[in-house]
Design a protein around this ligand. Structure first.
Ligand code: INI
Length: 157
């Protein structure tokens, strides 16, 4: 007996995954996309169960993610972008809009919408988190998606 613990595993192969990736700061985002695809495939997700959608910038991620969720075809949406602080407050608007939009979608639809958007002060910090010195946030986002799909399925049962 004891306490019932419900948590997700990295269950191999289950579900279809959409990746929405911003083209802005594409050199960095491509690292995240590569990491996310590797994370999915190494956990048994087949190529035909992965779709990649490109949007101009991180600000456009939520609307594309919403459309993907509405198709009902995807178990999770992985959002990838790189927002790098400039001289103006544009950064705050883009980062705030992306984060708020992504969080809202998850809550509204009950589908995991994973925040794999880097918010950094410098390009170097972003590069380091996209496969250079500090791991790959795209890979981590893919694992979070797989775990959440498994978890939400278990809670439903
Ligand atoms: N989009 C990003 O993804 N990263 C950024 O660093 C960025 N900056 O710095 O401006 C950025 N801007 C574009 C934005 O996402 C929209 O595409 C644009 O405002 C059109 O709506």
């Amino acid at each position: 007996m004891g306490i019932q613990i419900i948590e997700g595993n990295f269950a191999p192969g289950k579900g279809s995954f959409a990746i929405v990736a911003a083209r802005f700061n594409q050199a960095v985002v491509d690292g995240l996309v590569g990491g996310a695809i590797e994370g999915l495939q190494r956990h048994g997700v087949a190529e035909q169960n992965i779709v990649l959608v490109r949007v101009p910038g991180s600000f456009e991620i939520p609307v594309a993610a919403k459309k993907l969720i509405e198709t009902g075809k995807y178990s999770a949406v992985i959002c990838l972008g790189a927002i790098i602080r400039g001289e103006t407050d544009h950064y705050d608007h883009v980062a705030g809009g992306a984060a708020k939009g992504i969080a809202q979608l998850s809550m509204e639809h009950g589908v995991p919408v994973i925040f794999g958007v880097l918010t950094c002060d410098t390009l170097e910090q972003a590069v380091n988190r996209a496969g250079a010195k500090l791991g790959n946030k795209g890979f981590e986002a893919a694992l979070a998606a797989i775990e959440m799909v498994d978890l939400l399925g278990k809670i439903n049962r």
